[in-house]
Write a protein that binds this ligand. Structure first.
Ligand SMILES: Cc1cc2nc3c(=O)[nH]c(=O)nc-3n(C[C@H](O)[C@H](O)[C@H](O)COP(=O)(O)OP(=O)(O)OC[C@H]3O[C@@H](n4cnc5c(N)ncnc54)[C@H](O)[C@@H]3O)c2cc1C
Ligand code: FES
Ligand code: FES
Length: 436
């Protein structure tokens, strides 16, 4: 397996033209799970996470253009006024996942459960695809998404981004799952009111082989709002005749084609390939010191740290981004090391749990964990300490809700969460100088 590290979009597109079999990797939150579990062995990988051209967004002549490399964390931080997209982003995985995962990756995976996709469908977005030689084309979202994990992208193309006409009017995204955080949607819905065209748009995720629009419900709601004159005044539930909202709900539900019925599973997975002996040289600044190692090209950053650099503090408990035991900082951002391709950390700064502590002593967060009794078997502790240190460095006085949110990507199998909360409060008080 080869790992290609283009430095510009042009270079990446040329690489894709020369190696159409090369699998692009952006945040890696889907790709790395496939690699870690030996489900996919691409012949080559192309790291698109460092391409500045894909990491931009802009408003342009009444349209919004979102680069494929923009992460969910950045959407929440930088464009919260795009409410449905910001709300959808907020529901994706955990802070560690959102710091890496991109909308382009959501499109590339084309899962019916992709949370950005109902929003793009409700916005009537088009997907911009590029290829070498400066060529590009745009496809409406419903011509790009062909089925479960199937898209209309050609092997020589990359997803450059998406673009949609800005809509005037309120909108929202809702998701139903089996728990509050870190959950794949059972159903997702994006509702947008287009005041200019006096239209209602409803897109559904996870209820059919691809994202769908509930056209019948849209037409019904648009007409009902027109009749009541709601478009001319502020939206109000009381302005609608009895039964309209219930009928709208029935029509939305009728649009669903449950995934249980899905027979279209896309192309067959290729058989497992034997791991080649070929390696790549990865050189990273780890805890302030340049370190390098020859690793198998599909290795994760976690494997680089643990198996090659002897830094066993970051734990391997799931290899699929679910537990946060492997949390580290990559260029200052909290990430799951198991979901970062080792080569993606080439020439970048990595900080691990081993960087904490003062001399031979513990740092305030570590001390607080011990004092509060937040350590049982201790397997989750390094990841939690890293996540808590990250949180307190950004906000030394977080509310309990914020702490829960920040730690939603860290699981403790011994379920000592109350003590962990106590430890965060204690460490915060010490950092603020309120407790000895
Ligand atoms: C623990 C966990 C929780 C998750 N929770 C959610 C969730 O709540 N909601 C949700 O929607 N998803 C979730 N996911 C899935 C994943 O995070 C999303 O699908 C994410 O958007 C993928 O983005 P990425 O940048 O990590 O993609 P990658 O893994 O890098 O790539 C995904 C696919 O897109 C292709 N690709 C990426 N960029 C490009 C490009 N520029 N051009 C062409 N192809 C490209 C890749 O080749 C690959 O096929 C979760 C994943 C994990 C591990
Ligand atoms: S999240 Fe990386 S090992 Fe569990
Ligand atoms: S202390 Fe055992 S997993 Fe958390």
């Amino acid at each position: 397996m080869d790992v290609l590290l283009p430095r510009s979009l042009e270079e990446a597109l040329e690489m894709k033209a020369a190696r159409p079999e090369g699998l692009p990797i952006a945040g890696g939150t889907d790709v790395m799970v496939e690699l870690n579990f030996d489900r996919h062995r691409p012949e080559a990988m192309i790291d698109v996470s460092r391409l500045p051209e894909l990491g931009r967004w802009r408003r342009e002549n009444g349209s919004f253009v979102l680069g494929s490399g923009v992460t969910y964390a950045r959407i929440m931080r930088e464009i919260p006024d795009l409410l449905p997209l910001a709300q959808a982003s907020r529901t994706v995985g955990s802070p560690q996942i959102r710091n890496r995962a991109t909308v382009g990756g959501n499109l590339g995976t084309a899962s019916p459960a992709g949370d950005a996709l109902p929003v793009l469908a409700a916005y009537d977005a088009e997907v911009i695809l590029g290829r070498a030689g400066g060529q590009s084309r745009s496809l409406p979202w419903n011509e790009f998404l062909l089925g479960v994990k199937r898209t209309a992208m050609e092997p020589t193309e990359l997803i450059l981004g998406t673009r949609w006409k800005m809509v005037r009017g309120p909108g929202s995204f809702s998701k139903i799952g089996t728990r509050n955080a870190m959950v794949i949607s059972v159903a997702g819905l994006c509702l947008v009111l287009d005041e200019e065209r006096r239209a209602v748009r409803v897109a559904l995720g996870s209820v059919a082989p691809t994202v769908i629009r509930a056209s019948d419900a849209e037409a019904f709601a648009g007409a009902a709002l027109q009749e009541t004159g709601v478009w001319d005044g502020p939206p109000s539930r009381s302005a609608l005749p009895a039964g309209v909202i219930e009928e709208f709900g029935r029509r939305v539900a009728a649009a669903a084609r449950p995934i249980d019925d899905v027979v279209d599973l896309g192309p067959e997975r290729p058989g497992r390939c034997r791991r080649g002996a070929v390696t790549v040289l990865v050189r990273s600044n780890v805890n302030g010191e340049w370190r390098e190692a020859d690793v198998w090209p599909g290795s994760s950053l976690l494997s680089l740290l643990r198996d090659h650099l002897g830094l066993a503090g970051s734990k391997n408990a799931c290899e699929q981004g679910e537990c946060g035991s492997c949390s580290v900082w990559l260029d200052g951002e909290l990430v799951c090391a198991c979901l970062v391709l080792a080569a993606q950390a080439h020439e970048r700064d990595v900080r691990t749990i081993e960087s904490l502590g003062i001399g031979d002593g513990l740092d305030p967060v570590q001390e607080a964990f011990v004092e509060a009794g937040a350590v049982q078997c201790g397997f989750c502790t390094p990841g939690l300490v890293v996540a808590v240190s990250h949180l307190l460095s950004e906000n030394p006085a977080p509310s309990d809700d914020l702490v829960r949110e920040a730690l939603s990507g860290n699981l403790c199998r011994c379920t000592g969460y109350q003590k962990i909360l106590d430890a965060v409060r204690l460490a915060g008080a010490r950092i603020r100088g309120e407790r000895p």
